[in-house]
Design a protein around this ligand. Structure first.
Ligand code: FAD
Length: 286
């Protein structure tokens, strides 16, 4: 299996993110979307991990199945909050023994119900545990508009630069203005960062959903985009078309900026992502 740090050294990557489905219908949609997008020969794909380990076995089962079936690697996301050290070692060793070569190391979010937060608090502790347990390419998360739990922008950038130093690559949360990515890269470079940072782009499919997720991630919607969103709100087809236009505009600007790769949030749907990549000419349509 190929390592993502090696793939990044060979050229601009194209990757797709999926989430573990919760229902039988969702499972069917996942499989249809994955098979469709696999035809675009992505550089790699990734599967998210449920908060506090809620989809632990599903992520592992999906990742192992997809890696057995496809040439390109599928990377599991892994969050450490809510887990004991032993649980994490067991899961990481199981990935290692299955031949998985890449892990996205995340803190996750603290439980809001007062339940036990486990043995870890920050992603950098998980990176150390992964390094102790196996030989993986380790990715980490970055927030162009600052992580919602960060107290100051300066501290956010310093912590992120220190985390990237321990990792092999970073991947960003979605954002709606390429300037946020350019500012992040610039601020990290002043702090000496040389670890590649792949921007994440989300083709929106719902106006209320996009507004909610953007607010949750501490990101902002520029006024001009906000007006375009208001004009299509309530019209699913017009929203999807806007999502494609915006993702193409943003991705084109990012590629012009010379990004190391492009990571598309698929939300387990193929159509928008396929149209975005076709319009950008990133892969020949199958
Ligand atoms: P950290 O890097 O640990 O940072 C969290 C906060 O703590 C920041 O404010 C940081 O500045 C601060 N901090 C970091 N290290 C230290 C330290 N040593 N001392 C003091 N403060 C510190 N969530 C899921 O549940 N499942 C997923 O699959 C998932 N996938 C994601 C994929 C991507 C690409 C991104 C961008 C996010 C993803 N998330 C996922 C969300 C992520 O788990 C949350 O944003 C979480 O709140 C923080 O994770 P982190 O790894 O960025 O945390």
């Amino acid at each position: 299996m190929q390592r993502i740090d090696d793939l990044l050294r060979s050229g601009t990557t194209l990757s797709f993110e999926f989430f573990p489905p919760k229902t039988d219908d969702g499972r069917e949609a996942f499989e249809t979307a994955f098979d469709d997008l696999a035809q675009l020969t992505p550089t790699f794909t990734s599967v998210t991990y449920g908060a506090l380990g809620s989809t632990r076995s599903q992520t592992e089962e999906l990742v192992n199945g997809l890696n057995a079936k496809h040439e390109f690697p599928t990377m599991p996301h892994l969050t450490c909050i809510g887990h004991t050290r032993e649980e994490l070692v067991e899961l990481i060793a199981s990935y290692r023994d299955a031949g998985v070569k890449n892990i996205l190391a995340l803190a996750g979010d603290p439980p809001t119900d007062g339940s036990d937060a486990g043995d870890f608090v920050y992603a950098d502790e998980l990176i150390a545990l992964i390094r102790e347990t196996g030989d993986f390419a380790v990715g980490v998360a970055a927030f162009p508009e600052v992580h919602p739990r960060s107290i100051t922008r300066e501290e956010d950038r310093e912590r992120l630069a220190a985390k990237l130093e321990l990792a092999d690559f970073g991947m960003t949360q979605f954002f709606w203005d390429a300037r946020h990515y350019a500012d992040l890269v610039e601020e990290l470079s002043v702090l000496g960062n040389t670890t590649p940072l792949i921007p994440g782009v989300m083709p929106m499919v719902s106006v209320p959903g996009t507004r909610r997720m953007t607010a949750m991630n501490g990101a902002t919607i520029p006024a001009a985009l906000d007006a375009r969103m208001a004009a299509v709100d309530g019209d699913p087809e017009a929203t999807r078309a806007l999502g494609i236009d915006v993702a193409v505009e943003l991705s084109a600007e990012l590629l012009e900026h010379g990004v190391p790769g492009l990571h598309l949030y698929t939300m387990n749907r193929a159509a928008s992502v396929r149209e975005v990549t076709d319009r950008l000419g990133l892969r020949a349509p199958a």
